[in-house]
Design a protein around this ligand. Structure first.
Ligand SMILES: [Cu+2]
Length: 197
């Protein structure tokens, strides 16, 4: 058996049909709600700290990181807390659908299928995050190799003809984007938006 590639992380590599949305017994749901409440309080505290700290800048795609990454548009999703699955296809430089409406607190499993001959990228984030990611990808000489050496919880590289999964918890209300940041693709119209209310 060959070595497992570093990208995507193993939870993203699982075949789509292995995933099941679990049915929770009622007491388990209450327990999860309690955990999520604690989590929300913790995340809020961390976000305040992130705003106050000049060192808490985002870094992507191979750039060195210090400490855990903090996101201002939600948090990496927990499979156990999934509330919904959204299937997105990439075809002819477009996402379909290109708009997703989410209720604050939902954990969404995005199943993203690339039907094009070209590789694509599915990056969730606010406008600033997207701009930074685009800039970094524009500077890369070998994007596939760069993606093999890191993982970002909010972004997945979807090779031509493949399907990848990303789970995200939308704990922060607002208008966000899902874009393809392969050079030239966003500019060609490969963008979508997520509204979290
Ligand atoms: Cu693309």
């Amino acid at each position: 058996m060959g070595r497992r590639p570093l990208w995507p992380p193993i939870n993203l590599q699982k075949e789509v049909w292995e995933h099941r949305v679990p049915d929770f017994p009622q007491d388990s749901i209450m327990l999860h709600s309690l955990f999520r409440l604690c989590g929300t309080v913790l995340v809020s505290a961390v976000m305040v700290a992130a705003y106050l700290s000049p060192a808490a800048a985002h870094s992507y795609c191979g750039a060195p990181r210090s400490g855990p990454q903090v996101y201002l548009f939600g948090e990496p999703g927990d499979f156990a807390l999934l509330t919904r699955t959204v299937r997105i296809t990439m075809r002819d430089m477009r996402f379909s659908p290109d708009h997703v409406a989410v209720k604050q607190g939902e954990s969404i499993r995005f199943i993203v299928t690339n039907l094009d001959d070209a590789d694509h990228d599915f990056t969730l984030g606010d406008e600033m995050t997207q701009q930074e990611h685009r800039k970094e990808m524009a500077e890369m000489t070998d994007i596939a190799a760069a993606h093999a050496n890191h993982s970002d919880a909010h972004a997945i590289f979807v090779p031509a003809g493949k399907t990848r999964v990303l789970i995200w918890t939308f704990s922060v209300p607002g208008s966000f984007e899902f874009d393809c940041n392969m050079p030239g693709h966003y500019e060609a119209g490969m963008r979508g938006d997520v509204s979290v209310r």
